[in-house]
Write a protein that binds this ligand. Sequence first.
Ligand SMILES: CC(C)(COP(=O)(O)OP(=O)(O)OC[C@H]1O[C@@H](n2cnc3c(N)ncnc32)[C@H](O)[C@@H]1OP(=O)(O)O)[C@@H](O)C(=O)NCCC(=O)NCCS
Length: 177
Amino acid sequence: MSPSLTVRRIAADQGAVLRELRTASLREAPYAFGETLEDALSVDAATFDVTAADHAVSKAATSFILYTEGHPAGLIEAHFEDSAARRAFVGELWVAPAVRHLRGGELLVNTASEWLAGAGAEEIYAWVADANRNAMRFYERLGFGPTGEHARTARWPDQSESLLVRHVQRASQASSQ
Ligand SMILES: CC(C)(COP(=O)(O)OP(=O)(O)OC[C@H]1O[C@@H](n2cnc3c(N)ncnc32)[C@H](O)[C@@H]1OP(=O)(O)O)[C@@H](O)C(=O)NCCC(=O)NCCS
């Protein structure tokens, strides 16, 4: 039987869980993120406590955690850009290999998108490394498409990443189609 997957917004006291998931993702999928495992391990553990406390209540940035049978098994971050355009982003997406292909990634992206849409976002953006074909396919299947914006990856200058976007489907629009 497939394990049941649930997603909940991070709680203020989950700094250690955030650190555990973030380091697990960087260890398992270093190609997917701009940061390295060494970066995350060199940060004071208290920094993750501060982030968790902020993400539990902030209106500008948050994290959602995926659980399988009550155990943390995935992560996504969502935030509004600190600029006049105030674009809404999802990032740092990771699902533990043992529970992949069970729609945990989809659940994380959709939950984070709903949170951003609830705060006014009409488009959801995500940067994806061009070499990460799996993530590119994953986002495309969820309705994300190219914006045409590309960038060199800050950490890996020989690699590029593309900005994808998905338009928010309002409940009223969805029911009238
Ligand atoms: C990308 C990642 C988060 C996907 O997590 P997941 O839990 O396996 O995601 P899902 O189960 O929702 O989707 C997995 C598969 O179903 C497909 N899928 C998802 N939603 C779908 C839908 N509505 N209809 C059809 N197919 C769908 C995906 O394209 C993917 O297909 P494939 O792996 O066979 O090519 C996971 O592979 C991961 O953590 N990878 C390493 C880190 C990474 O690359 N993160 C992204 C950084 S940009």
